[in-house]
Design a protein around this ligand. Structure first.
Ligand code: FE2
Length: 252
C-alpha cells in the first residue's frame, strides 16, 4: 500500500509493482488520494542572504551601463554584464542553491538523489544585472543553456499600482511563468505569476517561457540579477565560464 504521494512517485520511477496480496483489511475511509504525478518544469523559490545581495549590487555599480543590452530581449535601458572575476566570486556563493535545486528536482520527480547521475556541477554561461525603470519591461522569452534564475536586489513599492489595477491578468510589475497551453477548465496549470519581493530568487529551466510586466511609477527602480548555466558531468568541478570552444549546437 502506498504511504504517501512521494512514495508513489518513487515506486513508479523504479517501475515496481505494488503487490501485497496479504495486505490486512483496512476500514473503508472513502476516496483518498494516494499520490499524483508531478508533470512539468520544476521552478524553485529561495531567499538570498543580504551578503549576496550587497555583493552583487556593489559589483554591479562598477559595470558598464547597457553592456548586456545587445544580448538580451528586455526593453530596458540599462542591463550590465558582470566581469569574469565577478562570476568567479558569484559561482562560489551560488553553488549551494544549485545543489539544493537539483535535490529538490529529484524529489519532485520521485527519484532518489544519486550523485553519479544527478549532476550539481555547472558551467556559468552569463551573469547580468538589470536596472528596470517605470515603463520598461521584458517580453515573453526563454534563455540559452539549461538552467536560469532571477533574484531581486531592489523592488519598487507596488501596493498603489496593484490596488489601481482592475484587470485579471498578471498586473503591473509581475513576472509570469508559462508552460504548455491553457485548458478548458483549469485542468493543467499553465501560468504562475509572482510579484517580486526583496531577496526572492527563482531557479527554473532555461526554456521555461517567462515575461516581466512594466510598472509605471517613473520615480522607482527594480534591480534584478539573472544568469544562465548548463550542467557538467557530475565528476567535474563547476566553472565560472564556458571553454573557449563552444559545444556543438550551443550558443553563448
Ligand atoms: Fe528572463
Amino acid at each position: 500500500m502506498t504511504k504517501n504521494k512521494n512514495e508513489l512517485l518513487k515506486t513508479l520511477h523504479q517501475n515496481k509493482q505494488q503487490f501485497e496480496p496479504d495486505h490486512p483489511k483496512e476500514p473503508d475511509v472513502g476516496p483518498e488520494i494516494k499520490g499524483n504525478l508531478n508533470f512539468g518544469p520544476y521552478a524553485a523559490y529561495f531567499k538570498i542572504p543580504q551578503s549576496l545581495r550587497e555583493g552583487l549590487l556593489k559589483k554591479g555599480k562598477e559595470l558598464v551601463p547597457g553592456s548586456a543590452n545587445p544580448k538580451l530581449v528586455g526593453l530596458l535601458g540599462d542591463q550590465r554584464v558582470y566581469t569574469d572575476e565577478d562570476k568567479e566570486w558569484f559561482i562560489k556563493q551560488f553553488q549551494p542553491y544549485i545543489t539544493e535545486y537539483v535535490h529538490g528536482k529529484a524529489n519532485f520527480d520521485g527519484q532518489e538523489f544519486d550523485g553519479k547521475n544527478h549532476s550539481t556541477s555547472i558551467t556559468l554561461i552569463d551573469l547580468w544585472i538589470n536596472y528596470m525603470k517605470g515603463g520598461e519591461f521584458n517580453p515573453e522569452h526563454t534563455h540559452t543553456g539549461q538552467l536560469t534564475w532571477v533574484m531581486y536586489l531592489k523592488v519598487p513599492n507596488m501596493l498603489k499600482e496593484h490596488e489601481d489595477f482592475k484587470g485579471n491578468g498578471l498586473g503591473p510589475g509581475s513576472i509570469g511563468f508559462h508552460y504548455g497551453e491553457g485548458t478548458n477548465g483549469d485542468w493543467a496549470q499553465h501560468t504562475y505569476k509572482y510579484l517580486p519581493e526583496l531577496d526572492g530568487l527563482w531557479i527554473f529551466p532555461a526554456q521555461l517561457r517567462h515575461r516581466v510586466n512594466p510598472f509605471y511609477d517613473k520615480t522607482q527602480e527594480r534591480i534584478s540579477v539573472s544568469g544562465n548555466c548548463y550542467f557538467n558531468r557530475p565528476d567535474m568541478p563547476s566553472q565560472a565560464k564556458p571553454p573557449r570552444q563552444a559545444m556543438p549546437g550551443w550558443q553563448y
